[in-house]
Design a protein around this ligand. Structure first.
Ligand SMILES: O=C(O)c1ccccc1NCC(=O)[C@H](O)[C@H](O)COP(=O)(O)O
Length: 265
C-alpha cells in the first residue's frame, strides 16, 4: 500500500467523528484577498508558505514550532498565503493550528489536508480557511467535481493538485481557476521539478488558470526554474520551516515573472 493510500484510509476512519461533531472554532470572521487574484495580479513569484511540523517523507521537521509565530513571520516577510497542514497523524497538524493562525493573519489561508468528504470542507471554512486543497490522485472525477462546486459555493478558493498528465486532464475537465503541480510523487516521495516543466505547456494553454509549483523548492534557482515555465507561485514547506532566517529565505524566492500579464482588475 502507498503512503497516500495509508493516509486516505486513516482519514476515512475519522469522517464519522467529524460528522458527529459540528465544526466549531473561535474564529473572528475576516474577508481575505482571493488567492487567485493575488496570483494573477503580481509580477513576482508568489510564495505560499507552509506551517509543517513533520511529514511522512522527512519525519520530524520542526516539531516545537509555534504556528502563530511562524505564520506571523511569513506574513511579515511578504508571503502571498499561509498553508496550514491540519492532518494530525502523519503531519502533526490540527484544525486548532488553522483557527489560531486565522485569528492572527489577514492574508489568504490554505487548509492543506486530504479531503475525501464534504464535511472536511465545512471544517476548513469554520476554522478560517479561505482556500482548500483537492488532490486529484485522492478523488474520483465525481468527487472532484462535487467538492469543487461545494467549496466554491461556500466562497472558498480551490487549489487543485496534480502530479502527472493523466491527473492534469482530469483536473482540466472541471475548469479550475488554480492548479498546483506537486513535484513530489505522493506514492513514492520522489521529487522532481521537471514535473512542473512537463505539465506547464498544457496548463499555460488555459490563460485563465493561475498555476503554481508545489514541493521541493529550496532556493532562487528552483524558483526561477518554475517561474521560467509560467508558474505564478510556489508552495513551500520544509525549506522555510528549517530556515534560520525566514524573511531572507522567503524573499529569495520572490523572483520576477518573465511572462507576467496583469489581467485581473
Ligand atoms: O511532504 C510529504 O512527505 C508528503 C507526503 C505525502 C503526501 C503529502 C506530502 N506533503 C504535502 C505537501 O504537498 C507539501 O507539504 C508541500 O507541497 C510543501 O512541500 P515541501 O516544500 O517539499 O515541504
Amino acid at each position: 500500500m502507498t503512503i497516500l493510500q495509508t493516509i486516505l484510509e486513516h482519514k476515512e476512519t475519522l469522517i464519522p467523528e467529524l460528522l458527529a461533531n459540528k465544526p466549531k472554532f473561535d474564529v473572528q470572521p475576516k474577508v481575505r484577498p482571493s488567492l487567485y487574484d493575488v496570483l494573477r495580479k503580481s509580477d513576482t513569484l508568489q510564495v505560499i508558505s507552509e506551517m509543517k511540523r513533520a511529514s511522512p517523507s522527512k519525519g520530524l521537521i520542526a516539531e516545537g514550532t509555534n504556528p502563530v509565530e511562524q505564520a506571523t513571520k511569513y506574513e511579515r516577510a511578504g508571503a502571498a498565503c499561509i498553508s496550514v497542514l491540519t492532518e494530525e497523524k502523519y503531519f502533526k497538524g490540527s484544525f486548532q493550528d488553522l483557527a489560531d493562525i486565522a485569528n492572527h493573519v489577514d492574508i489568504p489561508l490554505l487548509n492543506k489536508d486530504f479531503i475525501i468528504h464534504e464535511v472536511q470542507i465545512d471544517y476548513a471554512k469554520a476554522a478560517g480557511a479561505s482556500v482548500i486543497l483537492l488532490i486529484v490522485a485522492a478523488l474520483s472525477d465525481k468527487q472532484l467535481k462535487a467538492f469543487y462546486q461545494y467549496a466554491t459555493a461556500l466562497g472558498l478558493d480551490v487549489l487543485v493538485e496534480v502530479h502527472n498528465e493523466e491527473e492534469l486532464d482530469r483536473a482540466l475537465a472541471i475548469k479550475p481557476k488554480i492548479i498546483g503541480v506537486n513535484n513530489r510523487d505522493l506514492k513514492t516521495f520522489q521529487m522532481d521539478l521537471a514535473q512542473t516543466e512537463k505539465l506547464a505547456e498544457k496548463i499555460n494553454a488555459h490563460e485563465e488558470i493561475a498555476f503554481i509549483s508545489e514541493s521541493g523548492i529550496w532556493n532562487a534557482e528552483d524558483a526561477n526554474r518554475v517561474a521560467n515555465v509560467g508558474a505564478r507561485g510556489v508552495l513551500v514547506g520544509e525549506s522555510l520551516m528549517r530556515s534560520g532566517n525566514v524573511e531572507e529565505a522567503l524573499q529569495s524566492l520572490q523572483v520576477s515573472l518573465p511572462f507576467f500579464v496583469k489581467d485581473v482588475k
